[in-house]
Design a protein. Structure first.
Lengths: 109, 120
C-alpha cells in the first residue's frame, strides 16, 4: 500500500530551528510537496522536490532523498506565525497526490 | 499568483437539505479541479476530480449520487452535498493547478479557502 509518515506534533521555541521529517512508500514517485495549513484554513504551497538534495527558500528549506524515501522541511528563525500544520504530499506513478496526516507545529515564546 | 475562490466559507444546514459549494479559478483556466474533505485533526482526503465538460471521477467509497459535481466552465466547479446528514459535517476544500506554472506533475495545487459545513 501507499503510506506517508510524519510526526503528529512537534514543539519548538521562537527563534530556533526545527526539522519536520516525512518518510514515504508509494507506487512510483513524481515529486514531493510541502504545504502549510493554519487552523481552519486551506493549505498553502511551500516547496516541491523531485531531485535529491536541498532546496532553500528563505527561512524554509526542503530536503529529499529518493533512495531512502525521505524528506524533511527545515524552518529557521522560527516565528509565532509559523505555528501551523505542515503537510507532506507525494505524487505517485499516476500523478495522484498521496497526503500525510500532517505535523502540528507549536511555537512557544 | 494563481487564486482559487471558494464560496461559502461556512454553512449550517438542517439534516436532509442540500448544500452547494462553488469553486472558481480567478486568474487561470482549470480543466481539472479537485475536491477534498478534511475531518478534524486528519489529513486531506481526495473525494473526486472534477473535469470540465465531462463526468467527475470519484474516489473509492465516495457516493457520486450524494456528492454531485458539476464543472460547467473552465473557471467554475460546484459540489452539491445532497440530503446532508450530521456525518457529512466537515471541511470541504477545492483546488486546482495553474497550467501556466509548469507540467501537471510538478506544479503546485492552489487551494480555495475551504467551506466548513455543519449539518444539524
Amino acid at each position: 500500500g501507499q503510506n506517508i509518515d510524519q510526526p503528529t506534533e512537534m514543539t519548538a521555541t521562537e527563534g530556533a530551528i526545527v526539522q519536520i521529517n516525512c518518510t514515504y512508500q508509494t507506487s512510483g514517485f513524481n515529486g514531493l510537496f510541502w504545504y502549510q495549513q493554519h487552523a481552519g484554513e486551506a493549505p498553502t504551497f511551500l516547496s516541491y522536490n523531485v531531485l535529491d538534495g536541498l532546496e532553500e527558500k528563505g527561512r524554509f528549506s526542503s530536503f529529499l532523498s529518493r533512495s531512502k524515501g525521505y524528506s524533511y522541511l527545515l524552518l529557521k528563525e522560527l516565528q509565532m506565525k509559523d505555528s501551523a500544520s505542515y503537510l507532506c504530499a507525494v505524487g505517485d506513478s499516476n500523478y495522484q497526490l498521496i497526503w500525510g496526516a500532517g505535523t502540528k507545529l507549536i511555537i512557544k515564546p | 499568483g494563481a487564486v482559487v475562490s471558494q464560496h461559502p466559507s461556512w454553512v449550517i444546514c438542517k439534516s436532509g437539505t442540500s448544500v452547494k459549494i462553488e469553486c472558481r479559478s480567478l486568474d487561470f483556466q482549470a480543466t481539472t479541479m479537485f475536491w477534498y474533505r478534511q475531518f478534524p485533526k486528519q489529513s486531506l482526503m481526495l473525494m473526486a476530480t472534477s473535469n470540465e465538460g465531462s463526468k467527475a471521477t470519484y474516489e473509492q467509497g465516495v457516493e457520486k449520487d450524494k456528492f454531485l459535481i458539476n464543472h460547467a466552465s473552465l473557471t467554475l466547479s460546484t459540489l452539491t452535498v445532497t440530503s446532508a446528514h450530521p456525518e457529512d459535517s466537515s471541511f470541504y476544500i477545492c483546488s486546482a493547478r495553474d497550467p501556466g506554472q509548469g507540467e501537471e506533475f510538478n506544479s503546485p495545487l492552489h487551494f480555495g479557502n475551504g467551506t466548513r459545513l455543519t449539518v444539524t
